[in-house]
Design a protein around this ligand. Structure first.
Ligand code: TZP
Ligand code: MG
Length: 219
């Protein structure tokens, strides 16, 4: 049976106010939750993002409440203090953020921790760290949603990593569109994470349904 974290990774939606310029983030999130996303990460980062801590905290709480009502885990990107402060379900960090060991310590036992990797060396290290609940790998394809994104790794790399038969669930990220989702799922990852596929969608219900399909026949 799949564990809770694996189930949660199935369709992982990530966004901050910078990603939803024409609509409010809570509006987009509400629609995505109704449509069936399985996890949400609040990532306030990049051009046009909020900078005032109180405003960020208020937005994070609004999103947390929406996720709670929908019974969907809420994750904070980078800021472990904010995650602890508002009682998030999880925190996600990258290689350039607060050290993973320190993040795990601060997260305590109530919160899960996700870690991003971009190559095999980082993956192998992440896999051995007890407190890491899942590993994010990407960008699979090129992305417009992260200005400082690392080199694209491609589907072949995802296949290589899945073949390692890691005990930790893997979520693939970066440039995953409705058309590409099935190809990525076919590699055997636990789930996919998207920003623009949902934030730029004109029909979130249809997009979420398509992104969750497991094979071409269902599309
Ligand atoms: N990390 C690696 S790629 C990426 C992040 C946060 C952005 C993914 O956004 P999109 O729009 O799904 O390509
Ligand atoms: Mg980060």
């Amino acid at each position: 049976m799949k564990n809770e974290i694996e189930k949660m990774l199935e369709l992982y939606f990530i966004a901050g106010t910078q990603d939803t310029k024409d609509r409010s983030l809570p509006d987009v999130l509400k629609e995505a939750l109704e449509a069936g996303i399985t996890c949400f990460q609040y990532r306030e980062k990049g051009q046009g993002s909020l900078t005032d801590h109180e405003e960020i905290k208020k937005m994070a709480k609004t999103c947390l409440d929406l996720c709670k009502k929908a019974g969907v885990p809420f994750v904070v990107n980078d800021d472990v203090s904010l995650a602890v402060d508002i009682g998030a379900d999880g925190v996600h960090v990258g290689q350039d953020d607060l050290a993973i060991e320190e993040t795990i310590d601060l997260a305590g036992s109530d919160m899960f921790v996700g870690l991003s990797v971009n190559n095999l060396k980082e993956f192998k290290i992440a896999e051995k760290i007890d407190g890491v609940s899942y590993i994010g790998i990407g960008p699979v394809y090129s992305t417009y949603s992260k200005a400082d994104a690392k080199e694209t790794i491609g589907l072949g790399f995802i296949e290589k990593v899945v073949a390692q038969k890691s005990k930790k669930p893997i979520v693939a990220i970066g440039g995953i569109s409705e058309e590409r989702a099935v190809l990525v799922r076919k590699t055997g990852v636990s789930g996919i994470a998207v920003i623009s596929a949902i934030t730029k969608s004109t029909d979130i219900k249809k997009t979420v349904t398509t992104l969750k399909k497991l094979n071409k026949n269902e599309v």
